[in-house]
Design a protein around this ligand. Structure first.
Ligand code: ADP
Ligand code: MG
Length: 682
């Protein structure tokens, strides 16, 4: 047997355990070694029996003087097992409950090591339910006692104790089979443990410090391989795909005309992003670029201008958005912008089909991927809010053409370090400045007793300044199901019939309701009416979270804000502040928890998506931040995306080693094995 063997090669016991171990992702013996403990119990303090004291957690070693089975007082089935352990300084009682079989495995005269909390009952020192192991010969090593003892993720029928034994046996016989694939100079420079040492120390650490060092090494490897993989995909992308080379020069006049006639001046970073993009698409390799910009930074127009260049080159563009609402909105924006220049813009969603294939730009939802949708000459794929799509969907859209250029856009403020790790194979342009005249959105966490005051204030704002407001109802279920819809409907009724009902001598305030379960047509109608100012307040479930652009709306009130992450709240807040008018965000929470309030209050101070995302990472951990929102984030066992320092180290080393990768065949192989975990747009 070698480490790579499937566990079924290990004999009868392992065959029997195979099903259960599969649940823990253990298929080969090597997998045991990479099934990592989630914590350690500290039994490293050993003491002579005569010197132990009540209240200490210790390990004692000695000889079993006696062991017996007793029925508990007044019970005919509950038993207690009592053993006396002795060394030449004293003796101590060990006791267990309802484990009568112990008298068969522990015998008088056995040498035993036992760990646990020492307690005192009627002047007798006892360790109840100790962790223990019988030491069969003089140089038996302790595994379960007398050290930092690893505790593993378990499953039914597979205990930590059993796993510990397997890992220990494998380590003692097969450690030499663990080859270190990291170049020696990296290990030296980054002061890392050797791989075999890290594996040993992560299971049976000499100290907590060594356990941390072991995790650092294993975490480094994950991040390093992830990034090398991304670099490899990037190189492959460039070598394999022959893109369609666009020209810019011959169309300069018409491009300038479009840009000069925009209702606004492009920001510096919009211009820079367009320059990046144009440079990409005028080369033979297809573009593979991400445009990252905070909410309201103006990504859509950058996409539209790129689509116009494709049009001028006689190529079609597919523009995909995650929701029908958003697709409709983009369709209108792009249509209004480009139709005057002779561009045929069409819409394709679940409920609306493009009439014929004569379009130049087809805007739509994932319905764009449908077989029936055909492109004559797709040259550019633009994907908005790309984190909402799976890797597969993006690939399928790409397949509609022959190596089209790809531009993905996102407002999800992934910290730069993390973005580079996750999307190392993408070029990234950042929209770092906001359009001129944008004001900071004044944000408050409103105390419960001021709720009525807030409603009065909203009423006054609407009446005095003709502005509009969003009221976001709590998000009750992860996916928008009937519970959320009902709650929103009820809140809408309460607000229309009570809170904002007509008051004598004042203009009527009209409200509308929007939720995810409405038919696309209805949603469309509501949003159009809101845009046309037919009503002042839109009561909505968090479906408005992505992309909606209604510049006249300047107030957003968010209920049960504690249910959202900071980054998500920032996105929601970004529904306002999309013009040069002062905008406001009122946050409400029923929570009394101080930490929750402090977290929410950070929105009062910070207005940077990236900063809030980093804070989210720190406060809630990456699981919460990306878990449900983000598809396809690679699973990391050891490292976390909040460990910026380690990410940075791994990135530096990965880019160094990449150009000499062929010198390290074992590393190349390791990357391949690791690759399927990583994300890529194709
Ligand atoms: P996001 O980056 O969040 O997708 P949008 O593309 O929806 O942002 O743009 C937000 C709003 O800002 C839109 O109303 C858009 O017309 C406007 N906008 C875009 N660029 C500029 C600019 N340079 N100056 C002023 N307004 C702009
Ligand atoms: Mg957008």
């Amino acid at each position: 047997m070698i480490l790579q063997s499937p566990i079924s090669d290990g004999g009868r016991v392992f065959k029997m355990y195979a099903g259960r171990l599969a649940k823990l992702h253990i298929h080969t013996f090597r997998d045991f070694l990479f099934h990592l403990p989630n914590r350690y119990v500290d039994y490293s303090l050993t003491a002579r029996i005569g010197s132990v004291q009540a209240g200490e957690t210790v390990t004692v070693q000695g000889r079993i003087l006696s062991i017996k089975n007793q029925y508990l007082k007044g019970s005919s089935f509950r038993t207690i097992q009592k053993a006396i352990l002795t060394d030449d300084t004293g003796s101590i009682e060990l006791s267990w409950f309802n484990q009568p079989f112990l008298t068969r495995s522990i015998h008088e005269g056995d040498n035993m090591s036992a760990s646990g909390l020492v307690e005192k009952f009627r002047n007798t020192l006892t360790i109840q339910s100790p962790e223990f192991e019988v030491l069969y010969d003089k140089d038996s090593q302790v595994i379960h006692t007398g050290r930092l003892v690893p505790v593993y993720p378990e499953t039914r029928g597979v205990s930590s104790k059993w796993l510990r034994r397997q890992v220990y046996n494998l380590l003692s016989k097969h450690i030499a089979e663990i080859e270190d694939y990291l170049p020696a100079n990296i290990i030296r420079e980054e002061n890392l443990l050797a791989l075999s040492e890290a594996v040993k120390q992560v299971h049976f650490p000499d100290s907590f410090e060594q356990a941390a060092r072991a995790r650092e090494r294993l975490g480094f490897d994950e991040l390093f391989l992830l990034q090398l993989g991304a670099l490899a995909r990037r190189r492959q992308w460039k070598e394999k795909n022959k893109g369609i080379k666009l020209t810019e020069k011959p169309h300069q006049k018409r491009l300038d005309q479009l840009i000069n006639n925009l209702p606004f001046r492009l920001t510096g970073s919009q211009k820079a992003a367009i320059a990046d993009i144009f440079q990409d698409v005028t080369r033979t390799e297809p573009m593979n670029r991400m445009l990252q910009g905070d909410v309201g930074s103006g990504k859509t127009v950058v996409g539209a201008i790129t689509a116009y260049l494709a049009f001028l080159n006689g190529l079609q563009t597919a523009f995909m958005a995650p929701t029908e609402i958003l697709a409709e909105q983009h369709f209108k924006t792009i249509h209004d912008l480009l139709a005057p220049y002779g561009v045929n813009v069409s819409l394709q969603t679940g409920s609306k089909k493009a009439k014929n294939a004569a379009f130049d730009i087809l805007v739509g939802t994932h319905a764009l991927i449908a077989k029936s949708v055909q492109f004559k000459n797709l040259g550019l794929v633009i994907i908005d809010e790309q984190q909402r799509f799976g890797v597969k969907q993006r690939g399928e859209l790409r397949q509609k053409g022959v190596s089209p250029h790809i531009l993905v856009m996102t407002a999800t403020p992934i910290p730069r370090t993390v973005a580079l790790t996750m999307y190392g194979d993408l070029d990234v342009s950042y929209l770092s400045d906001m359009p001129m005249g944008r004001k900071i959105i004044k944000t408050w966490l409103v105390p419960t007793e001021k709720r009525q005051g807030a409603y009065d204030w909203i009423r006054k704002q609407i009446t005095d300044t003709k502005s509009q407001a969003f009221i976001i109802c709590p998000f009750i279920e992860e996916s928008e199901n009937m519970t959320t819809v009902k709650a929103a409907t009820k809140e809408y009724e309460r607000l229309s019939q009570q809170v904002f009902k007509k008051q004598a001598g004042q203009a009527q305030i009209r409200l509308g309701l929007l939720h995810g379960r409405m038919k696309a047509k209805e949603k469309d109608k509501i949003l159009t009416e809101f845009r046309q100012k037919k009503f002042a307040i839109l009561v909505a479930t968090p479906v408005v979270e992505v992309g909606i652009d209604i510049p006249n709306a300047t107030i957003i009130m968010i209920e049960a804000a504690e249910r959202f992450g900071l980054a998500q709240l920032h996105q929601l807040r970004g529904r306002v502040g999309r013009s040069d008018k002062q905008s406001y965000c009122l946050l409400f929470t029923e929570s009394d928890n101080q930490a929750t309030k402090t977290r929410l209050k950070s929105l009062e101070q910070s207005h940077s998506g990236a900063e809030l995302a980093e804070l989210d990472l720190k406060l809630r951990g990456p699981g919460d931040m990306y878990g449900t929102v983000q598809h396809g984030l690679p699973r990391l066992k050891v490292a976390t995306f909040s460990d910026f320092a380690l990410i940075e180290k791994a990135r530096k080393e990965a880019s160094h080693v990449f150009s000499r990768l062929s010198e390290y065949p074992s590393l190349e192989k390791e990357i391949k094995d690791f690759a399927e975990q990583a994300i890529s747009p194709d």
